[in-house]
Design a binder for this molecule. Sequence first.
Ligand code: HEC
Ligand code: HEC
Ligand code: HEC
Ligand code: HEC
Length: 146
Amino acid sequence: MLALVMLATLASAALAARRDWTGTAACGACHPKELAAWQATPHANTRSRFEGKPQAACLGCHGTGDAPAGAAIAVEVGCEACHGAGAAYAEDDLMRDKPVAVALGMVDLAQPSIRTAVCNGCHVRRTKNRPFDPSVSPHPVPSVKP
Ligand code: HEC
Ligand code: HEC
Ligand code: HEC
Ligand code: HEC
């Protein structure tokens, strides 16, 4: 228990650094169905909105990583933009134990208040002319609950 508390403290101690992100391909290697579903969404394809390198201000929402305070790792709303920087938790044995994965930085999106806060961090005021519902699945996989 003490070890978990210490892990949680370490995970939240600092802004994530470049090495804290694994990138979408690494997540997708173990989660191919979610990867395939995500690839069909605007989150995966937002690169096409920009000619050249987007401004840091845009990458805060159209990228994954630490922009605008730090660097983006990709011009996409990748897995870790919602699930949290994954280098510390993205291992098979850790991921099977949800409390441990959460202590290591995985965001607990099963909690409606957390999920809404994550979506709204980018969607509040930006989602114009369309109803926005944070409870919709951002990568619907057949046979998996949303
Ligand atoms: C080495 C394989 C592996 C990698 C890499 C991996 N995962 Fe997992 N993940 C698992 C396993 C195993 C489980 C638990 C069984 C399951 O639900 O499929 C899991 C479960 C999950 C869950 C469900 C957690 C829950 O209990 O609600 C999420 C969300 C998730 N992974 C996201 C990610 C993300 C995001 C990344 C990249 C940062 C990632 N995974 C990388 C193997 C992996
Ligand atoms: C890191 C910022 C970010 C987060 C977090 C985020 N989104 Fe998005 N989302 C975007 C951006 C940017 C777009 C527009 C991409 C484009 O069209 O180029 C988008 C587009 C969408 C769309 C498509 C809208 C359309 O044009 O049809 C849906 C649906 C959506 N997001 C749902 C969600 C949900 C649900 C969550 C939370 C579980 C979420 N998003 C979290 C940035 C984010
Ligand atoms: C826009 C936000 C967002 C993005 C981007 C995103 N996810 Fe998710 N993901 C969610 C939400 C919300 C859930 C549902 C969480 C819950 O209810 O426990 C979820 C659930 C999952 C689960 C649990 C099983 C399932 O399918 O419901 C896995 C595994 C997972 N995501 C992996 C990934 C991977 C891999 C990527 C990148 C290819 C990714 N996610 C991208 C928001 C996101
Ligand atoms: C606070 C988060 C956020 C920031 C910052 C942001 N965007 Fe977006 N952007 C979004 C979301 C969310 C959507 C999807 C809107 C929707 O579904 O209606 C979007 C959609 C877009 C679109 C699609 C057309 C539209 O308006 O729906 C373009 C183009 C775009 N953004 C460009 C930019 C540029 C350029 C910047 C930087 C100057 C930027 N965005 C900054 C969140 C953001």
